[in-house]
Design a protein around this ligand. Structure first.
Ligand SMILES: [Mg+2]
Length: 234
């Protein structure tokens, strides 16, 4: 078995539980700032997560709740930058915590000299401060939706990471929390470890090499440990 050289992480729902306590809260604050009556409770937001991308999610919601298509798109385009600013404020206030096992997994990879990168369709304006606040400067290459606007399940964001790092798919593994994320990684030729969360518990992870309940699940940790190179700490 060839050892791993790199792990590429998704951010939302994978490294941090950012959906329920970050994005959802920021969307609701944006509605409130704009004087709109819309609010997303935890269950409603769970169903909306099937729509990838914040602006598309807003437009879908506005149209589904009775606005005309043009008005829905205009409202979404106006609110999304406000939501991004509010998300950044939550991040900088330290309100978005790492998922259980995330820091331990990153530390173990670092101890064995395995590089860690990020492939997210989130916006750089909040992704960078979030990674800094929650994990410090441990990620070598961070590709966000700001540079690669094609949303997962498009493989584009993973392909950009492979191009920038020069890594081959067989020496790299992705970690994702959603069906769209797993499909994106697999379409880029990567193996993918799935770390389900409450919102993605029922997703179809048939393309994943490991189907785990989190980053601290022994199935996921064991898969990684079995492929670690003998690094400075090993
Ligand atoms: Mg995700």
């Amino acid at each position: 078995m060839r050892p791993l050289r790199a792990v590429v992480f998704d951010v939302d729902g994978t490294l941090v539980d950012s959906e329920r306590d970050g994005h959802r809260v920021a969307f609701n604050a944006a509605f409130e700032e704009a004087g709109l009556p819309d609010r997303w409770d935890v269950a409603t937001y769970g169903t909306l997560l099937r729509i990838a991308g914040g602006e598309r999610r807003l437009a879908f919601w506005f149209e589904a709740s009775g606005r005309l298509p043009g008005e829905a798109r205009e409202l979404a385009a106006r609110l999304h930058p406000q939501k991004t600013r509010l998300m950044r404020e939550l991040v900088e206030a330290g309100r978005i915590a790492p998922r259980p096992g995330a820091r331990e997994l990153l530390a173990e990879l670092a101890a064995h000299g395995v590089a860690v990168h990020v492939a997210t369709t989130g916006t750089r304006a909040w992704v960078e401060p979030l990674l800094d606040t929650a994990f410090g400067p441990c990620f070598t290459t961070v590709v966000t939706g700001t540079e690669v606007p094609d949303l997962k399940p498009s493989p584009a964001v993973y392909e950009r990471v492979l191009t920038l790092t020069g890594l081959a798919p067989h020496e790299t593994v992705a970690v994702e929390d959603s069906a769209n994320g797993v499909r994106a990684a697999v379409a880029a030729g990567l193996r993918c470890l799935a770390a389900r969360n409450a919102y993605t518990a029922d997703d179809d992870f048939s393309g994943a090499s490991v189907d785990a309940t989190g980053l601290d699940d022994p199935r996921l940790v064991g898969w990684v440990r079995g492929r670690l190179p003998a690094g400075p700490g090993g």
